[in-house]
Ligand binder design. Structure first.
Ligand SMILES: Nc1nc2c(c(=O)[nH]1)N[C@H]1C(S)=C(S)[C@@H](COP(=O)(O)OP(=O)(O)OC[C@H]3O[C@@H](n4cnc5c(=O)[nH]c(N)nc54)[C@H](O)[C@@H]3O)O[C@H]1N2
Ligand SMILES: Nc1nc2c(c(=O)[nH]1)N[C@H]1C(S)=C(S)[C@@H](COP(=O)(O)OP(=O)(O)OC[C@H]3O[C@@H](n4cnc5c(=O)[nH]c(N)nc54)[C@H](O)[C@@H]3O)O[C@H]1N2
Ligand code: SF4
Ligand SMILES: [Mo]
Length: 680
């Protein structure tokens, strides 16, 4: 295995580990054995040396004094944050003896792993952990908090997470950022769009919030939350009615275009305008622009799918490029996600065959509060890693009440004392990605990249892979597969003849080249992975799954009579809750805000800059009002998943619903309602 840890000084190649589509190539500068600077790798073909502000300050986070240094055990009350140092031996012994007992008394399903992609490395996020928990027989976690509604929705239309090569979007003449705050969340797509713009492309942004991405648009279209399906159907109505559809493409490459043509007659411009808040003239203008400009490209964001109807919304928008035949043009089509091109051999890496009980229960991560408070038989132990559910999970107050349960044995593995870690019985320190060996696959561009350790593990911290090897040993599991090295794991994951796009890439190639591009070919002409092999405008599979077979607008659920639709979106300087505990990033973001329309503010006697109370039956927050025209009346948008801070109430997920989306069991963070009022 290769590594740079023994070099005291120098510049070393790396990759950004964060849950961000751009997956930048990095250069890490080391001086006297420490990371002193992180910059973009100018040679990287997509990210070209530019990185975001968050990671430019990464060196401070890596060597932050507040990082967890050694294992800890709780000595105070749950949530109080009082701990004392223990050794790794004691920690592993405490955890495994507790679990051995639980397996005897309650069975292995009383143990629940809870993780997400705090580090996108495939070995870290879904490698040795899966092997270990499969062997243990723990409850399975359905990891639905991010993109599952949209991924499943898009798959019904397109057969998998297959879009265009983002590098081709410099050729686009019309770029629609639809429900994506790309300036903050996909900055290299913005760079490509700006290049296209120099060649005459227009940028349209469709969003509920005129944020930085809306402000850079040639045309910003404000829309009411959760109504995007209706907008897409309204566009189809006009495209068909005005003979602007590409009949030859529809005939050759789609299923159900005749049925769709009939079906969308009900979505006339007046009706759609009434639902979406988009004026009739703008509907015609957008449809005309979309039909007349080629190549056109839609970057479909995650904002749309964090709604009750999010899966259908993505499935519907994904139909649009087919109506005008855009997939045949270089730079035409869409991207929701591109992860299917880089799919590795998950069976080999995760070993689901180690799970003895094929009926092991599956728990949806969006309903953690319910799982901890209501599930029968109960969850008796929770193991959290690479995730901070006390801040990021919906129905946050329920989640915290669950974490407070005295009889729940909690272990947290993280780099920092997160809000979740404060509830733990045992805390284990995690290495940063720069201390690990792993491989990374972007869900936007087409590159696979290698991470080789740049620095020694910080104090006593251990990587996820190493920790799960130790837990396996402590449990007395002696399968060789639970002892595999990182190099072996990578080689197994890449051994995937079924994915022709990456079958040429080996671990040795990655060591030599650092990053390699998948051998991706345009989708069309070609056969998709849908049941019909074509774009499914009508989907028989959806009907079998209990969904309408044709794209259909179903409004989001009105879960109270409170007047505001509440959209607690991510912000620019944090990555989910990551960085919300770093002074630098907090100072850049200043404070937790809520954007409301001046009409509403006037009615409620709220002034710009005033701290207001935001509440519903689930909880309350106090956020600083930004009054203006950035959102439509009746819409309230906050940004950022803020860490707890003394004297502040900024846990926005204390207000969000844990209902599941229509498709994929996804999160519905953006479909809740709140009241906003003056603090007296
Ligand atoms: N700086 C930064 N970058 C990030 C992250 C971060 O926290 N900070 N998080 C990372 C992760 S995990 C993810 S999943 C991605 C998410 O990044 P994006 O795909 O950009 O998704 P969101 O930021 O959740 O929401 C995008 C936009 O959707 C809008 N929106 C909300 N509801 C609706 C609606 O009903 N219709 C329309 N049209 N728009 C709506 C919001 O106002 C927001 O501007 O970003 C990744 N990158
Ligand atoms: N209101 C609202 N809530 C949301 C969202 C929203 O838009 N609005 N977005 C949702 C989305 S899209 C997502 S993806 C989730 C993300 O939610 P999380 O996955 O919880 O993401 P983070 O908050 O970044 O927390 C990741 C944690 O992993 C830790 N970590 C980093 N690397 C490692 C490692 O190698 N090992 C271990 N053990 N730990 C590590 C970090 O220190 C951090 O504490 O949040 C969701 N929550
Ligand atoms: S967070 Fe995203 S934009 Fe920033 S360095 Fe990482 S991959 Fe690049
Ligand atoms: Mo996400």
């Amino acid at each position: 295995m290769t590594s740079f840890v023994h070099e005291r000084n120098g510049v070393f190649p790396s990759v950004c580990s964060l849950d961000c589509p751009d997956q930048c190539g990095l250069l890490v500068h080391k001086k006297d054995g420490k990371i002193v600077k992180v910059e973009g790798d100018p040679e990287h073909p997509v990210t070209k040396g530019n990185i975001c502000n968050k990671v430019r300050h990464m060196a401070e986070r890596i060597h932050d004094e507040n990082r967890l240094k050694y294992p800890l055990k709780r000595i105070g009350h749950k949530g109080e944050g009082k701990f004392e140092r223990i050794s790794w031996e004691e920690a592993i012994h405490t955890i495994t003896s507790h679990w051995k007992e639980l397996i005897q008394t309650d069975g292995p399903e009383s143990i629940l792993p809870y993780s997400f992609y705090g580090n996108m490395g495939n070995l870290t996020a879904e490698g040795m952990d899966r092997r270990f928990f499969h062997r243990l027989g723990a409850s399975l976690l359905d990891r639905t908090i991010c993109q599952s509604a949209g991924t499943v929705g898009y798959k019904y239309t397109m057969g998998g997470s297959f879009g265009i090569d983002p590098e081709d979007t410099i050729h686009s003449k019309l770029i629609i950022f639809w429900g994506v705050n790309a300036v903050s969340t996909n900055m290299h797509q913005v760079a490509l769009a700006q290049k296209a713009r120099k060649n005459g492309a227009k940028i349209v942004v469709i969003d509920v919030h005129k944020n930085q991405t809306g402000r850079l648009a040639d045309w910003f279209i404000p829309i009411l939350p959760g109504t995007d399906t209706a907008l897409a159907l309204g566009l189809m109505h006009i495209l068909f009615a005005e003979n602007m559809a590409n009949d030859a493409f529809l005939e050759e490459y789609t299923v159900g275009h005749q049925e769709l043509r009939e079906h969308v007659k009900q979505y006339d411009p007046a009706t759609v305008s009434g639902i979406t808040g988009v004026p009739v003239d703008d509907l015609y203008k957008l449809a005309k622009m979309y039909s007349e400009t080629s190549p056109s490209y839609i970057r479909i964001g995650n904002g749309i799918q964090h709604h009750d109807n999010g899966g259908m919304a993505i499935r519907t928008i994904a139909c649009l490029p087919a109506i005008t035949g855009q997939w045949l043009e270089k730079g035409g089509g869409a991207i929701k996600g591109n992860s299917s091109y880089l799919a590795h051999n998950a069976e080999k890496l995760q070993r689901p065959d180690l799970l003895q009980n094929k009926n092991t229960r599956v728990i949806n991560m969006n309903q953690l509060g319910k799982a901890l408070l209501e599930l029968d038989p109960p969850v008796k132990s929770l193991f959290v890693y690479s995730c901070n559910p006390a801040v990021v999970a919906p129905e946050g107050n329920m989640v915290r009440r669950g974490l407070e349960r005295e009889d729940l044995f909690i272990v947290v593995h993280d780099l920092f004392m997160t809000e979740t870690a404060k509830y733990a019985d045992i805390i284990l320190p995690a290495t940063s990605a720069f201390e690990n060996t792993d491989f990374y696959t972007s869900y936007w561009h087409h590159f696979i990249q290698l991470q080789q350790p740049v620095i020694e593990p910080y104090e006593e911290s251990k990587s996820n892979v190493e920790m799960f090897r130790l837990l396996a040993e402590g449990m007395g599991f002696d399968e060789p597969t639970l002892k595999a090295t990182e190099a072996e794991l990578i080689a197994e994951a890449l051994d995937h003849p079924e994915n022709p796009y990456i079958s040429h890439i080996t671990y040795e190639d990655l060591v030599e080249k650092q990053y390699l591009k998948a051998a991706v070919k345009p989708l069309f002409p070609g056969k998709l992975a849908t049941p019909s092999g074509k774009i499914e405008l009508y989907s028989e599979k959806m009907v079998q799954d209990g969904q309408p077979g044709l794209p259909t607008y179903i409004p989001i659920i009105k879960d109270s009579d409170l007047p505001f639709l509440f959209i607690p979106a991510p912000n620019h300087n944090f990555l989910n809750s990551t960085f919300s505990n770093n002074e630098k990033h907090v100072s850049l973001e200043k404070e937790a805000k809520i954007h409301i329309n001046q009409e509403d503010a006037h009615r409620l006697n709220i002034e710009d800059g005033e701290v207001v109370r935001v509440w519903n039956h689930r909880g309350e927050c106090e956020l600083k009002a930004v009054v203006g025209e950035n959102v439509l009346p009746g819409v309230a948008v906050s940004q950022g998943l803020w860490a707890d801070a003394p004297g502040k109430k900024q846990h926005v997920n204390s207000l969000t619903p844990d209902r599941l989306s229509d498709i994929g069991g996804g999160a519905t963070f953006f479909s809740g309602r709140v009241q906003v009022e003056k603090i007296r």
